[in-house]
Design a protein around this ligand. Sequence first.
Ligand SMILES: NC(=O)c1ccc[n+]([C@@H]2O[C@H](COP(=O)([O-])OP(=O)(O)OC[C@H]3O[C@@H](n4cnc5c(N)ncnc54)[C@H](OP(=O)(O)O)[C@@H]3O)[C@@H](O)[C@H]2O)c1
Length: 356
Amino acid sequence: LTNTTSDARSARVTEVVVFGASGYSGLELLDILARHPAVRVVAASSDRWAGEEVAERLRAWPTGLRFAPHAEVLEATRPGQVALLAMPAEGSAELAPALLERGLRVIDLSGAFRLRDPAAYEAWYGFRHPAPGLLDEAVYGLPELFEVPADARLVANPGCYATATILACAPLLAHHLLVPGSPLVADGKSGVTGAGRSVKEELMFPEVQENLRAYRVGRHQHTPEVEQALEEVSGRAVRLSFTAHLIPMRRGILVSVYAPLHRGVGAADVERAYRETLGGRPFIAWVDRPPETALVRGTNFVELHAQVDARTRTVCAFAAIDNLGKGAAGQAVQNLNVLLGLPEGTGLLPGVSADG
Ligand SMILES: NC(=O)c1ccc[n+]([C@@H]2O[C@H](COP(=O)([O-])OP(=O)(O)OC[C@H]3O[C@@H](n4cnc5c(N)ncnc54)[C@H](OP(=O)(O)O)[C@@H]3O)[C@@H](O)[C@H]2O)c1
């Protein structure tokens, strides 16, 4: 009987539609989903590459699927499918309601449904939200800290810097180890794929190579998302001073967070907080050295480490992720697995199948 049940379960294949498949995150999604045992990608949208074989851009692609225009892909969607949106936030905010209405479930990789306060979209994203009624329904897809119900219709996949920053310091806040009211200070450093594939002068090779610079100082759009998540974790107001930096590498993010510790808090308390908050999670790797982006490249893992500086009574917490992995496509597939009732590592970890 067990075998029959498990055979039936593994035979169930869910149809998935990827919007924005020509982007860095969209192609990464296709790459992961090509090897996913319980999912079949039935459409990949791109206006730019419409008509081209996916295999021309992704050599490992197994079928004859071609990129198709966004409007055509929307028109062909069917109830019961899952749509993964890897496109700019303003476009996602318009498209997601249409997909929900057509009976699909949606995982959105943009920031369009991450913030609860509609007014925050004008302040941080520069557009008026067209579907504010969905912001309460959207589930923030960080399964390490927040429950993602299997019947959720709309999942907001967290931002890349946000994922790293939240995971780097959530245990410290959950265990109230920090001086209350003092702002968190975080430095985020990202490879250039974090900015997407669009052509911009400041992202050209000669501008980026052998160069290092901060950008969007004090106004990065992931700031309110991190504050919102950490407030939920700690039950207290959180203020974050965040600075993003562009690093001359293709992929990877390292976030370093600095915060003052309560008197008497030591390294053992800090380590216990991480173990109790995040221990046992399949993609969390607590390491006893500063994390490295090269070690998580091409994976959905997060390397975490925190060090107490007793002299200044501060803690330095670090997280390294692949911006296209745990920062985007990997995390979206992790969330997709939750929606499909599969082990989180299906298609992401060797040896984890749709049967667990
Ligand atoms: N890059 C990262 O590391 C990263 C990490 C986390 C989250 N994200 C988020 O994921 C989303 C995609 O980012 P990306 O960096 O992968 O983007 P990207 O490389 O710039 O690609 C953008 C994609 O969006 C498509 N697109 C543009 N307007 C569209 C519309 N109105 N309807 C449908 N598709 C549309 C483009 O299709 P065409 O072929 O037609 O141009 C292209 O495939 C963004 O919201 C970004 O903030 C990115």
